[in-house]
Design a protein around this ligand. Structure first.
Ligand code: ZN
Length: 452
C-alpha cells in the first residue's frame, strides 16, 4: 500500500465526500449573491464564530475577559474591528489555547506554513476543512474549464523522493512532474512523456514552470497539445512569466492568492486578472499602517482575514504579512459582488544565486523546511537567510530546546538535494536579526550587488 492509495482512501471517505459536495454546491449557488446577501451571511457567521470561540476556545475566552466584553457586545462591524488582531506570534505561543475544548485532538490535522518573513507557523485544522478547501479551489479553477476528473500535471519546487520524472496518483487523473531533473539532459524525456499524457491542465509553481519552458524553447522540442490553462499557485506569477506561458502554450494563465492559514482566498475570474475575494470563505479587511481601514480604490493595505469556513479553526482578525491594492467592491465583467484586489503587493521574489549561476527562490527554503519538519517545526522561532557570495548562504536561526543537531543535518540535506549541490549552507544560532528601517522582520538579505 503506497501513499497515493492511502490518500485515495482518505479522499473517498464518505464523510469527506459529503462535505466536499455540500460545499461545492453551496459555492455554486452563493457566488452570485447580492452585496446584501454576502453581508448578511458574513455577519451571521461572524456572530456564530465569536460565540463559539468564547464558549470553547481558551484564548478567546481570556481575550474577551481582558476586554471586559462578551460576544453580545459586538453589535456592528465597527465593534468587530475593535477585536485585537491574531498574529503569527500569538498562534505560535498559544497554539494549544487555540484548540477548541470540545474537539478531540485526533480529529485535527497539524498544518505548517513557511511564511514569507522567516517565521514558520504550525496550527491545527479540522480534517474536513481540507475538503472545503478543495471545493473552493476546484470551483475556482472551473472558471477556466477545470473539472475534478480533468487530467492535470503538477510541477512544484518540492523534490520528489526518487529519480523518476513523473509519478501518477493511483486513483485520480493527476501526475506529479519532478522539478529535480529539469535540465538539458532530461528535457527530451519530459517532452516525450508529456506528449504521451497530454494533460489538460498544468498546475505549477511559476518559477519551476518558467525553467521548464525555457528548456523547452532552447531544446527546439514541441509539445503536441495545448493545455486548457496553466494554473499558477503558491508564488506570484510575474508578467514576463505569464506572457511567455500564454505565448508558448497558447492558453490562459490562471492564478489566485490563497493564504496558507486559510484566512483569504481570492482568484481571477473568467474575464479579468484581478483577484476576487471569496466572501463565503472568510471576512477580509484591508488596513493601513495606522491600522485604519483602507476604503479607497488604489490604496494598499495589509490583509486581515477571519476564517468563516469552520468554527473550529478560530482565526479571527488574523493579520497576514501580505499586502493588497484595493480595487472595486464588485467585478463588472463577471458580475460577482466580491471585494476586488487589483494587485497583491509585497511578494517580491527574492532569489539566491547558486554556484552555477542558477537561481533559487528564497521563499522555497522555509517552505521546504516546513514541509520536511511538520510536527517538530516549533523548534524554530525565526530564521534569516543571508547571501554574500555566489553558491553560499548563511542561515541564522533562533531556536527552542526542541531543535537539535540532527535537525540541522536534515535541513542541510534537503537544501543540498533541492539545489543539486550548487549551494553550500552555513548555520548560525542567534537571536540577533537584521531588521528593515521600519523595524519589519526580513527573511532574506542579498548582499551580492547587480544580480540582474
Ligand atoms: Zn470578475
Amino acid at each position: 500500500m503506497n501513499l497515493s492509495f492511502i490518500r485515495y482512501l482518505k479522499y473517498r471517505n464518505i464523510q469527506d465526500r459529503i462535505t466536499y459536495l455540500k460545499w461545492y454546491n453551496f459555492i455554486e449557488r452563493s457566488q452570485w449573491w447580492t452585496m446584501e446577501e454576502n453581508d448578511n451571511y458574513q455577519w451571521n457567521k461572524v456572530k456564530q464564530l465569536l460565540e463559539y470561540a468564547y464558549d470553547n476556545i481558551p484564548y478567546y475566552k481570556e481575550l474577551f475577559i481582558k476586554l471586559g466584553a462578551t460576544p453580545n457586545d459586538i453589535k456592528t462591524w465597527s465593534d468587530f474591528r475593535k477585536i485585537p488582531y491574531l498574529t503569527k506570534e500569538i498562534v505560535r505561543e498559544k497554539s494549544d489555547d487555540l484548540i477548541p475544548r470540545n474537539i478531540k485532538k485526533s480529529k485535527l490535522r497539524y498544518h505548517t506554513t513557511g511564511g514569507s518573513t522567516g517565521i514558520p507557523l504550525g496550527f491545527y485544522k479540522l480534517r474536513e476543512e481540507q475538503m472545503i478547501e478543495h471545493a473552493f479551489m476546484f470551483h475556482q479553477w472551473g472558471r477556466v474549464g477545470y473539472k475534478e476528473t480533468s487530467k492535470r500535471v503538477i510541477l512544484k519546487a518540492q523534490p520528489l523522493k526518487n529519480n523518476k520524472l513523473f509519478i501518477k496518483f493511483r486513483f485520480t487523473n493527476d501526475w506529479f512532474m519532478s522539478s529535480r531533473l529539469l535540465s538539458k539532459e532530461y528535457i527530451k524525456q519530459y517532452v516525450v512523456f508529456l506528449n504521451h499524457i497530454k494533460p489538460e491542465f498544468f498546475h505549477v509553481h511559476p518559477s519551476c514552470f518558467f525553467k521548464f519552458t525555457q528548456l523547452l524553447i532552447a531544446s527546439k522540442l514541441n509539445l503536441n497539445f495545448y493545455p486548457k490553462a496553466v494554473l499558477c499557485g503558491s508564488e506570484p506569477v510575474f508578467d514576463y512569466q505569464r506572457d511567455l506561458f500564454e505565448k508558448i502554450y497558447k492558453t490562459r494563465v490562471y492564478t489566485w492568492l490563497g493564504l496558507a492559514e486559510g484566512t483569504t482566498l481570492a482568484g481571477e475570474c473568467e474575464y479579468s486578472k484581478s483577484f476576487h475575494v471569496w466572501p463565503q470563505y472568510s471576512y477580509v479587511e484591508l488596513v493601513d499602517k495606522n491600522d485604519m481601514p483602507v476604503n479607497k480604490k488604489g490604496l494598499v493595505g495589509a490583509i486581515i482575514g477571519t476564517n468563516l469556513k469552520s468554527l473550529d479553526t478560530p482565526f479571527i482578525r488574523y493579520k497576514s504579512e501580505d499586502l493588497a491594492t484595493l480595487g472595486s467592491n464588485k467585478c463588472n465583467l463577471c458580475g460577482r459582488n466580491h471585494m476586488i484586489f487589483d494587485t497583491i503587493e509585497g511578494r517580491k521574489q527574492d532569489v539566491i544565486i547558486m554556484a552555477d549561476g542558477g537561481e533559487l527562490l528564497v521563499a522555497l527554503i522555509p517552505h521546504m523546511i516546513a514541509h520536511e519538519f511538520n510536527n517538530a517545526l516549533n523548534g524554530i522561532k525565526m530564521m534569516q537567510i543571508i547571501q554574500e557570495v555566489k553558491g553560499e548562504i548563511l542561515i541564522k536561526f533562533s531556536i527552542t530546546n526542541d531543535f537539535n543537531k540532527a535537525d540541522e543535518a536534515k535541513i542541510r540535506a534537503i537544501i543540498k538535494s533541492a539545489c543539486h549541490d550548487q549551494l553550500s549552507v552555513k548555520f548560525e544560532y542567534s537571536d540577533d536579526f537584521i531588521r528593515s528601517k521600519s523595524g519589519k522582520r526580513i527573511l532574506f538579505i542579498q548582499k551580492i550587488k547587480n544580480i540582474n
